[in-house]
Design a protein around this ligand. Structure first.
Ligand SMILES: Cc1ncc(COP(=O)(O)O)c(C=O)c1O
Length: 387
């Protein structure tokens, strides 16, 4: 009974687009140059890096010169948050974020707390969104940095980064946004958004794992201290020999996304609606996070009286996540769902379906069928089930 896996875990990672895989293979074989070398082979490598920066910059409408290459969104988040907080330390040590951020953000803030910074952790409203009035009240004279994500990786909830950024600008507070999940899926226009620092990664967008970027705005007071020290590449903000094939792959990933974003979103939204319509009439099943104002590709659902890990097994061959993939080693209920006000049991029953560009109607229909029968079966087995 070896059924073919059905992948509905695109928020964890995505398959590499064949065009990108082909490019990487060719570059690894032929373009071995060091982008810092001042000779023909080095200059060709540097040109590939420049082209990639232009492609990513075109997707998010920023100056390509303002992009720093990193190893992924974890590093971009760490670099932005620690770098900005430490750079502005003498002006003040107050920082603001939310407990619903990715661990690459929350764990960095915990580290800064150990270093003596003071962090205000703003709880979301039950729909996952930040209460803007509460946010405004939390801003203080000594606040230096705010970090609020674009699309939440567990629920798909989208924060109003335009409004949050405007409040930060009014008070000369730096604003960092983790855009790992939103890049190339929802419109991001850095020429209009009041954002100072934005984290990206390629592997959520049909690019390879291990390559990311950080946007750093060209504004007075917007500087970051490096985390790494070495050869002085990337204006000393992130030294190290550039992984040219990976960077070029990220560039192509961005160029493809720019072309297909609208079609992708339409496709994904249609399938998400079908999925939710197919499972929402099961009794005791609820959607976690706002229904409107979210990226539709992430559908996070809880079911009364069932346990997520058992559901995960019962759903096979449908591959989904319980909580966040990054937390899946732990049996703790998801901190993100707990912050939305879910009980431990509700959070533990949560399943995250995430839909991508390659997802088909047949795959969604199979997921609906398996989820329905798994919930019914597990409930019939559970002795403690309330009548
Ligand atoms: C919102 C968010 N931030 C950061 C990360 C970490 O990204 P990476 O795997 O590129 O380090 C992820 C993915 O796991 C994510 O979903």
């Amino acid at each position: 009974m070896n059924e073919k896996p059905v992948y509905l875990d695109y928020a964890a990672t995505t398959p590499v687009d064949p065009r990108v895989a082909e490019l990487v293979a060719a570059l690894f074989a032929e373009d071995y140059g060091n982008a810092s070398s001042n000779h023909a082979i080095g200059r060709r490598a540097a040109a590939l890096v420049d082209e990639a920066a232009e492609r990513l910059a075109a997707l998010v409408k920023c100056d390509p010169e303002r992009l720093i290459w990193t190893s992924g969104a974890t590093e971009s988040d760490n670099l932005a948050i620690a770098g900005a907080a430490r750079y502005r330390e003498r002006r003040g040590k107050h920082l603001i974020t939310m407990p619903t951020e990715h661990k690459a953000v929350t764990d960095m803030f915990r580290e800064l707390e150990r270093e003596g910074f003071e962090v205000t952790w703003l709880k979301p409203q039950p729909d996952g969104r930040l209460d803007l009035a509460e946010f405004e009240e939390a801003l203080r004279d000594d606040t230096q940095l705010v970090s609020i994500m674009h699309v939440n990786n567990e629920t798909g909830v989208v924060q109003d980064i335009g409004a949050i950024g405007a409040m930060c600008r009014d008070r000369d507070v730096l604003f960092h946004v983790d855009a790992a999940q939103g890049l190339g899926k929802l419109q991001i226009d850095l020429s209009a958004l009041p954002v100072d620092l934005m984290s990206f990664t390629a592997h959520k967008l049909y690019g390879p794992k291990g390559i990311g970027a950080l946007y750093v705005a060209d504004r007075p007071g917007c500087h970051i201290e490096p985390l790494l020290f070495g050869g002085g590449q990337q204006r000393r903000i992130r030294p190290g020999t550039l992984p040219v094939p990976m960077i070029a792959a990220f560039g192509l990933t961005a160029a493809i996304a720019k072309e297909s974003m609208h079609a992708d979103l339409e496709h994904i939204a249609g399938l998400a609606e079908r999925l939710w319509a197919g499972i929402s009439n099961l009794p005791g099943v609820s959607l976690n996070g706002a229904y409107y104002g979210r990226f539709p590709g992430i559908v996070n659902v809880s079911a009364d009286d069932v346990e997520g890990e058992s559901l995960l097994l019962a759903l096979e061959p449908v591959c989904v996540a319980t909580g966040s993939a990054c937390n899946s080693q732990s049996q703790e209920p998801s901190a993100v769902l707990r912050a939305l006000g879910l009980s431990d049991a509700q959070a533990q029953s949560a399943i995250r379906f995430s839909i991508g560009r390659p997802t088909t109607v047949e795959e969604v229909d199979l997921a609906i069928e398996r989820y329905t029968s798994a919930v019914e079966r597990l409930r019939a087995l559970a002795p403690e089930r309330a009548a």
